[in-house]
Write a new protein. Sequence first.
Length: 638
Amino acid sequence: MINSLLAMATAFVTAAAALKLDVSSTTGAASSPQMYGIMFEDINYSGDGGLYAELIRNRAFQGTSTSVSPFTAVGDARLSLASTQPLSSALPKSLAVAGGSGTIGFANPGWWGIDVKIQPYTGSFYVRGDYTGKFTASFQSITLKETLASVDIESSATAAGWTQHNFTLTPTKAAGNANNTFSITYSASGVKGGSLNFNLISVFPPTYKNRPNGMRKDLMEALAEMKPSLLRFPGGNNMEGDSPPNYWKWQNTIGPLRDRPGRLGTWSYHNTDGLGLVEYMQWCEDLNMEPLLATFAGLYLGGSVISQSALKPYVDDFLNELEFLMGDATTTKYGAVRASNLGHSRPWKVNFVEIGNEDNLNGGTSSYNSYRFSMFYNAVKAKYPNMTIIASMETKGLPGDAAQDYHTYNKPNAMIGDFSKFDKYDRKHKVIVGEYANINKDSASNIWNNRPLYPWWRGSVAEAVLAIGAERNSDVVIGLTYAPLFCNLNSHQWTPDLIAYTADPAQTVLSTSHVVIKLLSSVRITNLLTTTGDPPKPVYYAAGINTSTGSRILKAAVYDNKGAAVPMIVTFAGVVAGTSATLTVLTAPGGENSANAVGASAVKTEVKTLTAGSGGVFAYSLPDLSVSVLEVKGVSKV
Ligand SMILES: *[C@@H]1O[C@H](CO)[C@@H](O)[C@H](O)[C@H]1NC(C)=O
Ligand SMILES: *[C@@H]1O[C@H](CO)[C@@H](O)[C@H](O)[C@H]1NC(C)=O
Ligand SMILES: *[C@@H]1O[C@H](CO)[C@@H](O)[C@H](O)[C@H]1NC(C)=O
Ligand SMILES: *[C@@H]1O[C@H](CO)[C@@H](O)[C@H](O)[C@H]1NC(C)=O
Ligand SMILES: *[C@@H]1O[C@H](CO)[C@@H](O)[C@H](O)[C@H]1NC(C)=O
């Protein structure tokens, strides 16, 4: 019977043999619940200027810059950077606005534009100086040459100290594009003493789940679509800093914004740290993700290493950070800081930590293997015996149950070689694929040069092969996180990235890789099922069950079958004739090089209902270069 179906199926595509697969009902190893995750660091303005929803660029004049750029004067005001009478010790500089007559002030163009819609914007600024009158906060359209929103704020400014002014700005008209500026203006005649100083000039649109100091809504929605179950943060190379003392310090990223100095990140610009440790934890809560908290482990990206005798304070500081997140609100020192200073008495839970990032780079391997990893591992394990502690590279001789991190930036044909990589793992030490992406075409002679701007279909299918290979080994693979997550189209030396955007949400690009991850992540295998039948090639597959729903699942990617479709003959033990299943197939009609881009969508999604024929056989066909999920619902749970 199955043979005759096989004959029928092969008749459609004579060139290709059918792939025959019988899936058992014996539940095998439990899959990692964190299989599909995301990884984030502020790279190329993907935090500030990206996910972090602040609209004002250089809002607090942080860093070493001596310029007030991109602020510009309104009227005949003169702008300069002041460093006397600071707002706080964290924010020593401010904007001095002097001179002029009539209406004066300053404007800010945002992060390559500002999205202005009919919605309430929440703003705030600090002033120091003697001014009687009102301030006007407004949005101006450059393109339309008109004011889109304006609100007056009565001044409470004095020369004696800094006063905060809050406002809400609700446009009556949407801008149509992001070519808008924000400005604060006032009457020069109300100023005594020649000038006013301004600082922490901030405007937020409505944020995801209306979090104050929160995240950009559309970008969070793009992440939520992928149903990620893990967040690896805060880096990445950006966590390390290039040179002392610029590693990511958790204490500097918490509390009121006026107490956050920011830091020189690894990617040549100053991070505001408005997106700080607490915001990361809230991000995990909002998308229901497990935090994977990484710590600086004594290696700066530039190669400078903290010596063994000097490392202990860094280890202690990481324990303090964990206590800040997880400690009891009354009985622990840093738990009390969380509760009293931040009003967050309920502890968070952190089950995964990573010690450093790519500590094999720039001469870091020997110190990492000899003392850096073990000092962190031993200290964390002693206090948190159940914590999964991940080394930032693949390495031999790991202690105890330490896990490791595999990163791969590759070309599609080479990435296919990783399909069976995890079959060979010894099972003693788990692994996370903490960064992966295809970054250049197979034809590229140098993988790093002339990379495509966007993920493209062939690369995304090869990534699916890697993911499916990982999922077949999801007893030992904790999960995978594509990197980098975001591409700011106005500043993008590193490409390709998973999601590209500008200030204008209408230009957001959810890449072909995003579409693939979204499909693979949306149907979760809780336990693997063993299969008998044909070897997994050119159909790379993983079979499993979701024990909470009873669904039987087959995920498959067809890679390089010379353009021919592959007929599939699949049975699941216990599934009888007449049972229906949902088959979702992704293809790219425009070919292997097609990409999702601004205004262009390359991926075709087909959803079909299949019915099992006699013997419970599902017979269907998968096109070459496709990614698919077959889900058989309504089967008894085991
Ligand atoms: C963007 O990131 C790359 C690293 O991928 C870095 O070399 C470059 O300096 C960054 N540029 C900006 C403007 O952030
Ligand atoms: C806004 O428009 C001006 C004038 O047309 C142009 O020079 C500028 O590049 C535009 N800026 C943005 C962010 O689109
Ligand atoms: C401005 O708003 C913030 C946040 O809601 C609040 O903490 C602060 O007290 C307000 N300041 C003034 C002067 O109203
Ligand atoms: C660690 O896990 C075990 C087994 O699940 C549990 O009994 C124990 O309470 C956990 N310990 C801590 C410190 O969470
Ligand atoms: C599968 O199982 C997980 C974990 O029990 C559950 O959260 C999920 O919603 C289930 N269904 C699908 C379709 O993945």
